[in-house]
Design a binder for this molecule. Structure first.
Ligand code: ZN
Length: 186
């Protein structure tokens, strides 16, 4: 089932993503829906709060990128960053912040812990694009967006665009919920 993506400014971002404690069929179904929603929107990562769920998990698949064609999809539940080092700059966008892209500095090597799609706890090293996507989704689970990592000046410039996102005046190719939609439905 394709779920609407909750844009910047919607209520789900007011509260923290809670630790997942039930590893059941319901979670399996949510993970499947999240992948379907992500692929439908041509995304390479999607955090649960982006579909309105205050739960600490995300799905990722970077195999659409030429250099990562052989990579398998990844499910990360209750993720933690144990170590991070290095840095590199790359342009990012986000399904919850349509129409905005900007350069973000991130660590290029991580040691992370999470529960995977087989519900097994894993500790592993991530580098390159995997490290970047992991950090982007991890940020979402801490109620953050890539725009929170931009300079104050850049964020100031983006303000009118962010207001448009709240009013759902930005075109998206996928179903969304905006702050205005939430206000209307009470
Ligand atoms: Zn995002």
């Amino acid at each position: 089932m394709i779920m609407p993506i909750h844009l910047y400014g919607t209520r789900v971002w007011d509260g923290p993503a809670k630790k997942v404690t039930k590893f059941d069929d319901k979670l399996v179904g949510l993970i499947r829906d999240m992948f379907e929603t992500m692929y439908n929107a041509d995304g390479i990562g999607l955090a649960a709060n982006q579909v309105g769920l205050q739960m600490s998990f995300a799905v990722m698949d970077i195999s659409v990128m030429e250099d990562y064609a052989g990579e398998k999809p990844l499910v990360v539940i209750n993720p933690e960053i144990v170590e991070s080092s290095g840095e590199y700059v790359m342009e990012e966008g986000c399904l919850s912040v349509p129409g905005i892209r900007d350069e973000v500095t991130r660590a290029d090597r991580l040691v992370v812990r999470f529960t995977d799609g087989n519900f097994e706890r894993v500790e592993t090293e991530l580098t390159g694009m995997w490290a970047r996507v992991f950090q982007h989704e991890y940020d979402h689970l801490q109620q953050k967006f890539f725009i929170n990592r931009l300079s104050g000046v850049k964020r100031q410039i983006l303000k009118p665009k962010l207001s448009k996102i709240k009013r759902n005046e930005v075109k998206s190719r996928y179903p969304v919920v905006s702050a205005l939609d939430e206000k209307k439905s009470g």
